[in-house]
Design a protein around this ligand. Structure first.
Ligand code: DGL
Length: 287
């Protein structure tokens, strides 16, 4: 078997992709990961496609040139929708994995055939999402909700001086957006399955469960994406099957923005020590 010790790059507009990183690390414990959070420019969901494409290309170029990544996981539904086609065209030799809201897996879970979808405005407005929705629309009824402000509030909830206000904002937005989608539950006509179409939303899963009750299934993409990455690397002979004696490989977490925020998120959600987090060079921080 061939072995490739180069790291896998993972990126998101901010801390949301940490939910995908967690699944990747579990699925691929022998691999090294370099995670880049573009916190300085989060949220992407309410910015133009042109801006998101520029950031995505700058980040991919940086991870290739400075960290010699062998694969890139775009752990952001919004950036995938805006930029994955261009990325594939620009880097035909790079193993590339994108994310899309889990509408198809949700079909396999819903009994009422009434499915809610929460995602950013950018994802919901994209052509890629329109095509995805069109491909499943005959099989169930989908309530699609653009959740302006939610990813930002989740970002802010990791900053000690903003955490309390951000938590209140999260509670308010979740209440507003779920109410706008309709009635949740398991009775006929109820929404029984909710797709978390933004990687940030995984971190408010508990709040959603409290709000919606135990009968509603929440569907995210971290685990399927981790399995897909594993298959892609295996097929391309890019896995690193090296011995780690059970210990996880070291990882690096980089941010274009607030280092304290990334440190707090990495500690809170992944149990990682602060020293794995660092700031990227200034050249990548600008818009
Ligand atoms: N976490 C991202 C996603 O999956 C983007 C959130 C944002 O920056 O608006 O869509």
């Amino acid at each position: 078997m061939t072995s490739d010790p180069r790291p896998i790059g993972v990126f998101d507009s901010g801390i949301g992709g940490l939910s995908v990183l967690q699944a990747l690390q579990k699925e691929l414990p022998h691999e090294r990961f370099v995670y880049l959070a573009d916190n300085a420019h989060a949220p992407y969901g309410e910015k133009s496609e042109t801006f998101i494409r520029e950031r995505t290309h700058a980040i991919a170029d940086y991870l290739l040139a400075q960290h010699h990544i062998k694969a890139l996981v775009v752990a952001c539904n919004t950036a995938t929708a805006a930029a994955i086609h261009e990325l594939r065209a620009r880097h035909p030799a790079l193993a590339l994995v994108g994310l899309e809201p889990a509408l198809k897996p949700a079909l396999g879970l819903s009994h009422t055939r009434h499915i809610g979808v929460m995602a950013t405005r950018g994802t919901v407005a994209s052509d890629k999402f329109a095509r995805l929705l069109a491909s499943v629309q005959s099989e169930a009824h989908f309530e699609v909700q653009a959740c302006n402000g939610l990813a930002l509030a989740i970002e802010q909830s990791t900053l000690p001086d903003q955490a309390e206000a951000a938590q209140a904002q999260i509670a308010h937005l979740l209440q507003t957006y779920t109410q706008a989608m309709g009635c949740f539950g398991s009775a006929p006509g109820d929404i029984d399955t909710l797709v978390l179409g933004c990687t940030h939303y995984v971190f408010v899963e508990n709040d959603l469960r409290q709000l919606l009750g135990p009968d509603v299934q929440l569907v995210s993409t971290g685990e399927p994406v981790a399995r897909q990455t594993q298959r892609l690397l295996a097929a391309a002979g890019l896995l690193n099957p090296g011995k780690t004696n059970g210990a996880a490989q070291p990882m690096r977490l980089l941010t274009t923005g607030d280092l304290q925020g990334l440190r707090a998120a990495a500690q809170r959600w992944l149990g990682l020590p602060p020293e794995v987090c660092e700031a990227v060079p200034a050249a990548l921080q600008g818009a």
